[in-house]
Design a protein around this ligand. Structure first.
Ligand SMILES: [Zn+2]
Length: 453
């Protein structure tokens, strides 16, 4: 049993001296273990009951799923990098000591992920995030004390210069060059503190039986994604945050049907009749101003709102925030305008929270997609070059690993390490952990008791 209280005892030939760097690696390792034990106590059992079509089984399903999950938790960035660590006996033995299970070779993982239905790993991911909601992890970040902020946006997962599979999306350049690619539409719970946790994912891909001219797209995928969220989280009070692609009747209908709130970016070209009416009434808009200053700058935020603006037979509210940042010498550093359409009735008490929540949408791009692409998770790397099923499974594992690591990075011990040493980065801390596992043979067996939540 993984995370069991009975662990193997190792006879170590050459105990190494430990250094402060190793100490940090050890702390990080223990925090990962603690976060999994505390927040995801069902991870092991839930992984073990996933479909298993193998005839010869060297590893349990939990070892396969958790092994692949740790490939992302450790930010290995490729199967080859993972295997290079895996080949080190010290690494595998130390890992077994800390986590109580054997790490599989990446080929053993890949064999399973090429046939495991991706829906099963998504179900597991939704079970994990559902657990965090039950643990009230996001409670204090709710909009108006009730609604979970769910940002929706799409990002690329793979690009090819050749037809990779029948589900590939395609685009043709002006010079006639065809690119084949895969996209995913994400719904992530976002918070003002920077958490960006995958609630549900919907792959944007062509149906091989459909006409080429009718490619799948973000808007079609949103309908499917919304159904998935409602099915798995039927009573979750949701406030959708989305960009200028989303103010349209289809999205408004879905939100009304599901009883969801929304705060959607309004670009200049969006909803012309709505914006014309706003333009006519703008002089009557009610306003609130906020000023903030620090040692070098002064920020002025001017919030304005209008209610009961008609669009297509329905009435919505309009919210605008003008942000001006001026240096202490009076030079304008930046001047930005953020405009939203919302189905939340506006007043002097909630306009600031509405506009500020609308701006939290960018967390899905920054803390979400950018972190996953550039900070060690290698989103966009082809963990499987040929199998679409494996590609989707690796994607779901990446989401789960990022969920776990975000909680780890916010534990007091890790925050303190980063505070104490201003040059200490998260990336470097992860490197120290891998080095600790790979180089330092552990001198004694530390009992690792199973801690059910
Ligand atoms: Zn493809």
């Amino acid at each position: 049993m993984i995370f069991s209280s009975i662990l193997h005892v190792f006879i170590l030939r050459e105990p190494c001296k430990k250094t402060p760097a190793a100490g940090k690696g050890k702390i990080l390792l223990s925090r990962i273990r603690k976060v999994i034990d505390t927040h995801f106590p069902e991870l092991n059992n839930s992984s073990n009951i996933l479909s298993d079509s193998r005839k010869h089984k060297v590893y349990s399903m939990a070892e396969i799923v958790l092994g692949s999950l740790f490939m992302f938790i450790f930010k290995e960035t490729s199967r080859n990098a993972y295997n290079n660590d895996w080949r080190e006996t010290c690494f595998r033995k130390n890992f077994l000591k800390y986590f109580g299970f054997n790490l599989p070779h990446a080929d053993s993982i890949d064999d399973v992920l090429r046939v495991l239905p991706p829906e099963e790993l998504e179900e597991l991911k939704m079970q994990l995030v559902g657990g965090l909601i039950e643990q009230k992890m996001f409670r204090k970040f709710r909009f108006l004390g009730k609604f979970y902020l769910v940002a929706v946006d799409a990002t690329g997962t793979a690009t090819f210069d050749h037809k990779h599979c029948d589900q590939c999306l395609t685009k043709t350049s002006k010079t006639g060059v065809v690119t084949y690619f895969h996209y995913v539409l994400e719904a992530k719970i976002v918070t003002t503190t920077g958490l960006s946790i995958s609630l549900a994912s919907e792959f944007i891909e062509n149906d091989p039986d459909r006409d080429y001219e009718k490619q799948d797209c973000e808007q079609k995928a949103f309908k499917r994604l919304a159904k998935k969220i409602k099915k798995h989280f039927p009573r979750l009070p949701v406030c959708i945050l989305a960009d200028g692609l989303y103010p349209n009747n289809t999205v408004f209908d879905i939100c009304a049907k599901n009883n969801w709130q929304f705060i959607i970016t309004l670009k200049d070209g969006n909803l012309k009749s709505f914006q014309t009416e706003v333009g006519l009434l703008k002089v009557t808009a009610r306003k609130r101003n906020v000023c903030k200053a620090d040692k070098t700058t002064r920020t002025t935020l001017e919030y304005a709102f209008l209610n009961d603006i008609e669009y297509s037979g329905r009435y919505f509210s309009w919210v605008e925030c003008n942000e001006t940042i001026v240096s202490i010498k009076g030079t304008i550093i930046s001047n930005q305008r953020f405009t939203y359409i919302t189905n939340v009735f506006q007043d002097q008490r909630n306009v600031i929270e509405t506009a500020d929540s609308g701006r939290v949408r960018w967390k899905i791009e920054n803390e979400g997609f950018n972190s996953q692409k550039n900070l060690g998770y290698a989103l966009g790397h082809k963990f499987s070059r040929k199998s679409l099923i494996a590609m989707q499974n690796y994607y779901q594992l990446l989401q789960m690993a990022h969920m776990i690591n975000q909680l780890v990075e916010r534990t007091n011990e890790i925050v303190n390490i980063l505070k104490e040493h201003s040059k200490q980065t998260i990336v470097d801390l992860w490197k120290k952990m891998i080095a600790y596992l790979t180089i330092f043979q552990l001198e004694e067996v530390i009992p690792v008791p199973y801690q059910p939540g």
